[in-house]
Design a binder for this molecule. Structure first.
Ligand code: PLP
Length: 365
């Protein structure tokens, strides 16, 4: 919609991305090539991951990670109830079963105190999700994984730049996926990276992503594989974005703090808590409000594009076959019914933020 004064998302792309794209066109090498190599090298350097492969998007990156972790029929994977649908569908498409666990009321990340009771003989992995720019509490997840011999597959789709106690998200568990979809912190349009420190997993990822062979150009395929590659056009955008990341995160933090300052202490409005073990790379500015429907209508009427938070997985029509009767997820339900996301993207102006805040104040006070 063009007539929003404040749209919800806006990728921060321009001159630098165009320059890199021009280079790809001039090179006449459109599939994975020099920019893909550079993209991977830069990601490994920044995240500290010993091994990384690119994937065509975060959803297929999760699917690929699960396949490379040998998750399949009969297996269960523990997934938080409040996340994007891909955290669960990637498990389903492996033939395994996602088992849902409620989230914390004040961070919307997985409630680690509820994981142990969800573990069964069939549990093979835990998939913590790092939502809205802060890390899930990985200490207890790592401890449980050790104790029950489970894999950890991190959905760090929103986690670029987010560190848990100094370690980058996606590198804490066995495998981790960062998405570069257009609304993520940095983007390549579509795209993702899979991180691991397990050489066997890296080998399986390398074969699986490229038709069951290591190098294109051969028609002998030692293993079954698929095509999970992206293009050098996407990697060229990604490389430009990584170089701009320090500026991106600073601006997002400024925007986040401007909301916080103006909306602090208003009755009926709550913010998410930020835990001490994580830094914050704002993905959105989230509010918890009593009258969500009323506020959304008010904001939309004032040309501010709104976004709720995720719909709980246990309520998803497409996941009813794996849901257990009578299980309750009060925090995911509450977040979904009362959570609102406000934009923090780089091109957002001070005037736009102030306009959003005063429009909210009009409504609640
Ligand atoms: C965006 C997102 C994904 C999926 O990534 P795509 O690149 O859009 O396929 C998965 N999980 C979470 C939490 C996300 O935010």
């Amino acid at each position: 919609m063009d007539d929003y004064f404040v749209p919800q998302v806006m990728p921060f792309v321009g001159r630098e991305e165009i320059a890199n794209l021009t280079q790809v066109i001039n090179n006449k090498w459109l599939t994975e090539g020099p920019f893909s190599k550079d993209f991977i090298a830069k990601i490994k350097n920044y995240t500290g991951a010993p091994y990384a492969v690119l994937a065509n998007n975060g959803t297929l990156g999760l699917f690929l990670s699960l396949l490379a972790s040998n998750i399949g029929p009969g297996d269960e994977v523990i997934v938080p109830d409040l996340t994007f649908i891909a955290s669960a569908t990637s498990v389903m498409f492996c033939g395994a079963k996602p088992v849902f666990v409620d989230v914390e009321a004040d961070t919307w990340n997985i409630d680690t105190t509820l994981i142990e009771q969800a573990i069964t003989e069939r549990t093979k992995a835990i998939m913590p999700v790092h939502l809205y720019g802060q890390s899930a509490d990985m200490g207890p997840v790592l401890e449980l994984a050790r104790r029950y011999n489970l894999k950890i597959i991190e959905d760090a789709a929103q986690g670029y730049g987010v560190f848990y106690k100094g370690t980058h998200t996606g590198v804490l568990g066995d495998v981790g996926v960062i998405s570069f979809f257009a609304d993520k912190t940095i983007t390549s349009g579509e795209g993702a990276v899979i991180l691991t420190h397990d050489q066997d997993v890296f080998n399986r990822l390398s074969y699986l992503r490229n038709q069951g062979r290591l190098n294109s150009g051969t028609f002998i395929h030692p293993f079954l594989g698929m095509n999970f590659r992206l293009t050098d056009l996407q990697a060229a955008i990604g490389v430009a974005q990584i170089e701009k990341f320090p500026m991106i995160v600073n601006k997002r933090l400024e925007n986040y703090q401007r909301y916080q300052m103006q909306l602090e202490g208003i009755p009926g409005l709550k913010f998410l808590a930020i835990r001490g073990f994580s830094n914050l790379v704002p993905f959105r500015f989230n509010l918890i409000v009593d009258d969500l429907a009323g506020l959304i209508t008010h904001l939309e009427n004032n040309r501010i594009q709104t976004r709720g938070v995720f719909f709980p997985l246990h309520r998803q029509p497409c996941l009813q076959q794996v849901c257990m009767e009578g299980q309750e997820f009060p925090n995911a339900d509450y977040a979904s019914a009362h959570g609102l996301s406000l934009p923090v993207y780089n091109d957002l102006t001070i005037e736009q933020i102030d306009y959003v805040c005063s429009t909210i104040k009009d409504f609640v006070t």
